[in-house]
Ligand binder design. Sequence first.
Ligand SMILES: [Zn+2]
Length: 187
Amino acid sequence: MLHAQEAETVRYPALVLNADYQPLSYYPLSLWSWQQAIKAVFLDRVRVLSEYEQVVHSPSFEMRLPSVVALKEYIAPPKRAAFTRFNLFLRDEFTCQYCGGHEELTFDHVIPRSRGGRTTWENVVAACSACNLKKGNRLPGEAHMHPRRRPHEPSPFELREKGRRFPPNFLHESWMDYLYWDAELEP
Ligand SMILES: [Zn+2]
């Protein structure tokens, strides 16, 4: 049984990188609890790249909590983006595709289901509830409401790049080199 010196160890998440030192996921950012990170260290599944000051100890050993770990075995990214609510919002950058608003986001079938529209990447967009209500069961042409961007199936790469624009509230300083590595190259 491991014990941390402070109770608030929930505050010591480890950033998880793939074997190529890129985050497994930007958004949500791939993080493990310190317990998961230490378990992975003992199973020899990760390299520890950076550590917190915080120490955990058992009767037989003591170690600093990892703040950045990299998997030893590369996990291939998915070939296609999963069609999920989250990914759809991310594709549309959490923006209503009709008015550009960000409040009370819902989903709109561009061609309404009642008119034969299907629930696919090509026919569903993020829409605020006001626009959704306004458009109702009409076609875009009837409602004079057209999505700002033609809905499409995003590539995993596209979602990844969009996810990078939404940094979480908490970012430990040791993570920066791995999250915004391209920014480091600015003169
Ligand atoms: Zn709207």
